[in-house]
Write a protein that binds this ligand. Structure first.
Ligand SMILES: [Zn+2]
Length: 81
């Protein structure tokens, strides 16, 4: 739909290094980064916004809910007493 507004979108094939892990951009809108789980080596795709503060690092098996691996942004806690 919207065209010509993605002036800051990197081209497919862009390599991103985040916390020592390598990501390769495979798609845009949204950005999708191909990487591998550092724990088991399984391929994974991390989708991010254009200005993501954090990026998924692990596969579904090793993904830890609520534990950010990059950045310091915390998820809003629900049900705190
Ligand atoms: Zn894994």
């Amino acid at each position: 739909m919207a065209e010509g507004i993605d002036c800051d979108v990197p081209p497919v094939g862009t390599v991103l290094m985040a916390a020592g892990q390598r990501y390769v951009l495979i798609a845009t809108s949204p950005l999708q980064w191909q990487s591998h789980c550092p724990t088991c080596g399984a391929p994974l795709v991390a989708k991010t916004a254009l200005r993501a503060a954090a990026i998924k690092r692990r596969c579904l098996l090793h993904h830890r809910k609520g534990v950010p691996v990059t950045g310091r942004r915390h998820v809003t806690a629900k049900g705190t007493t």
